[in-house]
Design a protein around this ligand. Structure first.
Ligand SMILES: Nc1nc2c(ncn2[C@@H]2O[C@H](COP(=O)(O)OP(=O)(O)OP(=O)(O)O)[C@@H](O)[C@H]2O)c(=O)[nH]1
Ligand SMILES: [Mg+2]
Length: 330
């Protein structure tokens, strides 16, 4: 348990690259929103964002195997790498990363590589509020580069596009999800398309399909997302992925888009925090939930209309949020 007053000490330890302090803080961030508020407030002055690369795609397309390659390439450049893998199948992690741990065995014992798996709290593709904070902690810890692996993108309140600078969508011919994924409107948000498992039949067909779908999008972007072909298993074509990432970083910088993009992300994060706090008040055995039920009954009996009921609840939520702020400050 992390006691009060120890935040500064923990931050000092993290800045000193103390792995145990990092692990402890990350676990607490994942499970304790109040700790997150206090800790991140104190951490922020020490934080500087690092390049962040998001790797997303359906289960089993080869994301972790590709991440492994990326880590190896970055290590060859003497970079320290942080990896966050968001696993939607586990509602909590506590560091029990299993699948990814096993697949990333060869980079696991490198002290310059920090791997952490997180639950996504049940929302497919969505990130928990803690994810952005955990990335910050690792950046203060001193990684030069963040890799973030998630399943799915662009469909939930807060996800990979809200954290990463550049997002690669990984597809594989055998997952057969190419067209469906794109039709779900996911297409626009990827900066790079990585067709993996090129050692399997169907990769060229998938590439043709992606290129033609990209051509149909009527959002004329200056950045033309590359469609890359690779086999993470054989290690062919994988270096292009990192090259494309750096090209995209340079593109964002040259066009002055990095800052704008980041500001939008931060706005989305703030909004997500606000929404989460309101939602927390209305979920579970809270007095707000009880009031909501009462109000519903009144509307049902014809004593009240829905808008007036909402007004009552909004007033109550405002008061509670204000109380929380005052409470936190003391
Ligand atoms: N044939 C072939 N198999 C691959 C390739 N890349 C990965 N695989 C295999 O595909 C399986 C899934 O790979 P992962 O890297 O774990 O895929 P993932 O996308 O991280 O999977 P989840 O994290 O479970 O969503 C493993 O058995 C890999 O060995 C490839 O290029 N070709
Ligand atoms: Mg994986």
């Amino acid at each position: 348990m992390i006691g009060p007053g120890s935040h500064e000490e923990l931050i000092a330890r993290i800045r000193n690259r103390d792995v145990r302090a990092v692990a402890r803080v990350i676990s607490t961030l994942e499970n304790n929103p109040r700790f997150a508020r206090e800790f991140i407030t104190k951490l922020s002055p020490f934080h500087q964002k690092k390049p962040r690369f998001g790797i997303t795609g359906s289960p089993g397309v080869g994301k972790s195997t590709l991440v492994n390659h990326l880590v190896r390439q970055l290590r060859e450049q003497e970079k320290r790498v942080g990896i966050v893998a968001v696993d939607p199948t586990s509602p909590f992690s506590g560091g029990a990363i299993l699948g990814d741990r096993i697949r990333m065995l060869d980079v696991q014992n490198d002290p310059n590589v920090y791997i952490r798996s997180l639950g996504s709290r049940g929302s497919l593709g969505g990130l928990s509020a803690a994810t952005a904070n955990i990335v910050r902690v690792l950046e203060v810890f001193g990684v030069d580069f963040m890799l973030i692996e998630t399943v799915g993108m662009g469909q939930t309140g807060f996800d990979i596009v809200d954290i990463a600078d550049t997002v690669a969508l990984v597809l594989s011919p055998e997952s057969g999800d190419g067209v469906q994924t794109m039709k779900a409107g996911v297409m626009e948000v990827a900066d790079i398309y990585a067709v993996n498992k090129a050692d399997r039949p169907g990769a060229d067909g998938l590439i043709t399909e992606i290129i033609s779908l990209l051509g149909m999008l009527d959002s004329p972007k200056e950045w033309k997302p590359p469609v890359l072909k690779m086999s993470a298993l054989e290690g062919s074509g994988v270096s292009q992925l990192l090259d494309s990432f750096f090209e995209h970083q340079a593109f964002l910088a040259e066009h002055g888009l990095a800052a704008t993009r980041r500001r939008h992300q931060i706005a989305r994060e703030i909004r997500f925090i606000v929404e989460s706090r309101v939602e927390r008040l209305l979920t579970g055995e809270t007095k707000h939930k009880a009031t909501l039920d009462d109000l519903a009954e009144k509307v049902q009996r014809g004593e009240l209309d829905t808008y007036s009921a909402a007004g009552v609840l909004i007033g109550m939520i405002i008061n509670s949020l204000r109380d929380e702020e005052i409470h936190e400050e003391t």
